[in-house]
Design a protein around this ligand. Structure first.
Ligand code: SF4
Length: 249
């Protein structure tokens, strides 16, 4: 049986996003995060005590040939770590998927469970860390350990990917680290994260990629009005225009 603590080392050999998702879901590379995700899944929040938590790493989802990639932070303890799908089952996801639906990047505005019928249109949603971390804070070492999965996801999308929307400064840092390792010409000093930031990157092989910055859809940001639905929709609509997306309006 394969050593599940070494799953990230095998990411580069996966042939498609489905096999990458299977590999991610089995990963046990970060002892602190494995212990935390399983503890949360065992203890549960009272409101979900009748549900079986996923309690494992959460892979990205969306069509393999998407031109837009939305990059978050990490699964939420009682959201994606419960439902098994990114941003599904918590307030952050309510805000994100409502906005994606409003601009034609999702077929419906709500996301409660992995079988709720949600379908993303020309967009995938992923994160640089695939396990729920305590206090929503993965360590730099955990971020580095998980990076091969995002690297491979970018590679497998390379023939269609045009735009990456990064939700928050953590995802911004993580994505630029991966892009630099993947050979993209990343400016130095590295571009700073701001809401509304636009960075165009070129790859020596001729590909181009536009990175858009957006405040994270955390409750801290959405409850305080730092990020409003209109602000999020504006960034997502721009991503769609830049990608020449033919998603359903
Ligand atoms: S955070 Fe990433 S590398 Fe670490 S255990 Fe989870 S899936 Fe594996």
């Amino acid at each position: 049986m394969a050593d599940l603590t070494r799953a990230p080392e095998r990411a580069a050999r996966t042939r498609d996003l489905d096999s990458l998702a299977t590999l991610i879901s089995s990963c046990h590379a970060c002892p602190r995060l494995v212990a935390w995700r399983e503890k949360v899944a065992h203890e549960k929040r009272a409101a979900f005590r009748d549900q079986e938590y996923w309690g494992r790493p959460v892979p990205g989802f969306g069509p393999e040939d998407a031109s837009i990639l939305i990059v978050g932070l990490a699964p939420a303890a009682h959201g994606a770590n419960r439902t098994g799908r990114m941003f599904t089952g918590d307030r952050s996801g309510d805000v994100l998927f409502a906005a994606m639906h409003a601009v034609g990047l999702a077929n419906q505005a709500h996301a409660e469970s992995i079988d709720d019928g949600l379908r993303l249109i020309d967009a995938r949603v992923t994160s640089p860390v695939h396990c729920a971390p305590p206090d929503n804070k993965p360590t730099p070492a955990e971020r580095r350990t998980c990076a091969p999965f995002l690297t491979r996801e970018l590679e497998l999308m390379s023939s269609t990917l045009e735009v990456a929307v990064v939700l928050g400064g953590f995802g911004w840092q993580a994505l630029f680290g991966v892009l630099g390792q993947a050979g993209w010409n990343v400016p130095r000093p590295r571009p700073r994260f701001t809401h509304g930031a636009i960075v165009d990157l070129a790859h020596p092989d001729g590909r181009t990629l536009t990175i858009l910055g957006c405040f994270h859809v955390s409750q801290q940001n959405t409850f305080t009005g730092r990020l409003t639905p209109a602000m999020l929709e504006e960034v997502l609509a721009l991503a769609r225009r830049l990608a020449g997306s033919t998603g359903e309006p």
